[in-house]
Write a protein that binds this ligand. Sequence first.
Ligand SMILES: Nc1ncnc2c1ncn2[C@@H]1O[C@H](COP(=O)(O)OP(=O)(O)OP(=O)(O)O)[C@@H](O)[C@H]1O
Length: 231
Amino acid sequence: MSTPRMSQNAEAARVAALQAEFNEKKWVWVPDERDGYLAGWVAKEENEVGEVVMAAGGDIRRLPLYALSKMNPPKFDRVEDIADLTFLNEASVVHNLRLRYGSGAIYTYSGLFLVAINPYQSLPLYSDSIIQQYRSRRRDENPPHIFAIAERAWVNMGEERENQSILITGESGAGKTESTKKVIQYLAAIAADAHSHTPSPSHFPHPVAFIIIFFRRHHAIYWPARKEFHS
Ligand SMILES: Nc1ncnc2c1ncn2[C@@H]1O[C@H](COP(=O)(O)OP(=O)(O)OP(=O)(O)O)[C@@H](O)[C@H]1O
């Protein structure tokens, strides 16, 4: 049996064990001032208030039910597209991004959008071989990546014969400039490649089209939980 197959089985067993444990309780995310959200399970509900046992430490917190967010089963851990989550709440989105970031995956799709988390370190994600990995591939054939967005814009430009735009937005320091550079790096590499196989300028695949990259800076997303949620 090959190694990848074994590791797939091991992963399936791990998820099944977690799922069995998950099914025994009503798991929720609890807003927390320091950590954003913490895992817990509802032991009792009364008058719209939940008594939650915290997974880490076992202490009990009493919160209004509206402040609790449903947790997704473990099989959704590290999903590549946030839109696939059964319970689409802020806590679950943050949890998924955090899990992925922890395993080196800084990119995650959210439907048509790509979420990029600034790693503040140089990662081996932008080499020529990675460019080739994304070239002429559908989005679901590779892990989420800024190159997949650039590839889509390039393909759309060829198919629709229309200019394309990519909006890159985020708070100051989020990585907009770096992301823009990665888009340009990808387009420059594949455009140079396309031109080198083309006999004359009149046969260029995209003679009059442009990919326009828009920049927009916005404020940080709301992260810390509100104080009044805590008992
Ligand atoms: N994908 C990445 N890989 C490695 N480092 C990154 C990445 N994205 C951002 N950084 C780091 O974070 C720093 C800030 O990123 P960047 O300048 O792109 O932010 P910005 O959103 O354009 O900020 P501002 O709005 O203030 O101009 C970069 O100088 C770089 O060190």
